[in-house]
Design a protein around this ligand. Structure first.
Ligand code: SAM
Length: 280
């Protein structure tokens, strides 16, 4: 295995710092530095970019990002046991790595970064979707970040990139594809991690669009989509009952048959429907 830096192999780092993986923190570590460099490259040219990394753990992806030339990495890690290993990386890379000990759900380190900003993370499974939704729904669009390169369970990655008609098509697909170009860039088997998780994983790359793909009010679109998929097997005229007294008329005005089900409706049609519900 080729070296990407002069630091010890990750297996040794984990042993030295006694980083026994904790399930409650979603700890499945990547040990192959060639693989973490490959993930960093999916994020694109980082030489002029500040990177936010959530959950660096022993620092495999962090080392990949720095070796691939990230201008600066700001990493937020909840597990204090990882801090000494991360401090060694910071020493080698001469101030390009800054680590915050904390919970990514409680602190928002994006404000400490200078655009252009990329977010890159092998996310803890228990908070991954929540963080993605927050990054996709800022107060203003375009967001402060240009791209997200994120590892998820494969099933979640498929929900992000799903197309109408598939079982995985739903709120996450609409939210992601409305404002970003989203693609699965890499799929990994459980053995790529230590300890191996039960399921396959996948890296999703999302690039922020300068403006949403179709016009709609974000809050109205979210409300309509959440209600539509809450009872995804029901016809839309029933699933959307309660949103307005004339649901059927609004569906027809948006070009949607009231008897259709949410999973058959395209993103464009959902945006047209949201515009109908913006009217009083
Ligand atoms: N990036 C490392 C890698 O690729 O090997 C570790 C990835 S591991 C799947 C997830 C990491 O996120 C762990 O280091 C865990 O301690 C950390 N973590 C879990 N919950 C967190 C939270 N709420 N905020 C910040 N870090 C968290």
């Amino acid at each position: 295995m080729s070296q990407i830096d002069s630091l010890p192999p990750l297996r040794d780092v984990i042993e030295t710092h006694e980083l026994v993986a904790r399930k409650a923190l979603g700890q499945n570590f990547l040990l192959d530095l060639n693989l973490t460099s490959r993930i960093a490259r999916i994020a694109g040219d980082l030489s002029n970019t500040d990177v936010l990394e959530v959950g660096p753990g022993p620092g495999g992806l962090t080392r990949g990002l720095l070796a691939e030339g990230a201008r600066r990495v700001l990493a937020i890690e909840k597990d204090h046991r990882c801090l000494p290993a991360l401090a060694q990386i910071s020493d080698l890379y001469d101030g390009r790595l800054q680590v915050i000990e904390g919970d990514a759900l409680e602190v928002n380190p994006l404000e400490h970064l200078t655009p252009p900003i990329a977010i890159c993370a092998n996310l803890p499974y228990n908070v991954g979707t929540e963080l993605l939704i927050r990054w996709l729904t800022p107060k203003e669009w375009p967001p402060v970040w240009n791209s997200l390169t994120l590892m998820f369970q494969k099933e979640v990655a498929e929900r992000i990139t799903a197309q109408p008609g598939s079982k995985t098509y739903g709120r996450l697909a609409i939210l992601s594809q409305w404002r970003t170009d989203a693609r699965i860039a890499l799929t990994l088997p459980p053995e790529a991690f230590s300890p191996p998780p039960k399921v396959h994983s996948a890296v999703v790359h999302l690039t922020a669009l300068p403006e949403p793909r179709y016009p709609a009010d974000a809050k109205v679109l979210e409300r309509v989509v959440a209600k539509a998929f809450n009872q995804r097997r029901k016809m839309l005229r029933a699933a959307l009952k309660g949103l307005a007294p004339d649901v059927e008329d609004r569906l027809v005005a948006a070009g949607i048959k009231p008897t259709e089900r949410a999973e058959q409706v395209s993103l464009e049609a959902f945006c047209a429907l949201a515009r109908q519900f913006e009217k009083t």
